[in-house]
Design a protein around this ligand. Sequence first.
Ligand code: 57M
Length: 357
Amino acid sequence: MLYYFLYPLAKYHTIFNVFQYISFRTIYAAITALLLSFLLGPYLINKLRVLKFGEVVRTDGPATHFSKAGTPTMGGAIILLIVTVTVLIWGNLTNYYVWVVTFVTVGMGLIGFIDDYIKVVKKDKRGLRGRVKFTAQVGVALAAALFLYFNNFETLVTIPFFKEVQIDMKAFYVPFAVLVIVGASNAVNLTDGLDGLAIGPMTIAAATYMLLAYLVGHVKIANYLHIMYVPRAGELTVFAGAMVGASLGFLWFNTYPAQVFMGDVGSLSLGGALGTLAIITKNEVLLILIGGIFVVEALSVIFQVGSFKLTGKRVFAMAPIHHHYEIKGWPEPKIIVRFWIISIILALLAISTLKIR
Ligand code: 57M
């Protein structure tokens, strides 16, 4: 919005020129989202408490979690609100990529909100039925993928570390994009089981895509680095910046011992946003590395369930894998911080693919 109203004033005073720069708007988007989190966080968390939106903790999990019962949940609604408001303030709203990623973020958030509402307010532990939830997620992702496809979005997929390997998926790009978006959304949801465990790696992943969006959207840098140039994708730097600010702001309250949980409204929407950023920045496959923690968490569930069905034996003491370490006796903060460290290493490795190819 500021871009729309203030940049035209550059003809009266050059100071207004700064509003055209993605770098300037990204930095201030991150700061705005962070400040909004600090200002609104305590008030909104209290509101969740007053509304009795408290977590119902399962009794078959690690015993250390029983004391977390009643922690306000659905705090993801705060993240969603702050990201959207920040993007409306600092984004160039004439850029349709901004709307695509906002659509997925809010759409997935709504699905998560309904799920949380049924669990927390209606006190139905099962929440939204699995099939309904999955179909709705696919619907949101499919709408975004079809929109991109019919707007001549590049269907060529590059493989990290292998410059020469490029696969043109043509129409198969649509189901592929749906898989990336829905997969990311659910993987983040599975990871969200310890204080700060999902939001830490989310901040790191969003920061990585912030950098990538800037690079792929800048014709000179993209040519210099020999990476795919994606016209107009640079504007997503601002969106990712808002995500970084809002995620860091949420971490302030969600860090151990958490004052609030994000709920499905947070995990599904942030995961969906991450998947969409991966698609539009044309770094789809690299998401496996950037979101490595989310991938490992999801794989641990797949292996656990698969192994139990096939052999009757468990691979882990409990899946997702963070529960395995809890049962092995690792203190919760140790698991969380170690997963953050791994996330940072993975992000650095991902950035190194700009040169190692
Ligand atoms: C949601 N939700 C947390 C909170 C958060 C197929 C199966 C592996 C699915 C999986 C599952 O249901 N995962 C999705 C995980 C829950 O957190 C809430 O949910 C929101 C995210 N959707 O924002 O509102 C609990 O996690 C803890 N938590 C924190 N800090 C946070 O910041 O401590 C969350 C956020 C909270 C709190 O205790 O109540 C969850 O774990 O339920 N299921 C599981 O993860 C279960 N695993 C399992 O059944 N494993 C089996 C098989 C099926 C693979 C096995 O290994 O044999 C475990 N979950 C729990 N207890 N809680 C089992 C035991």
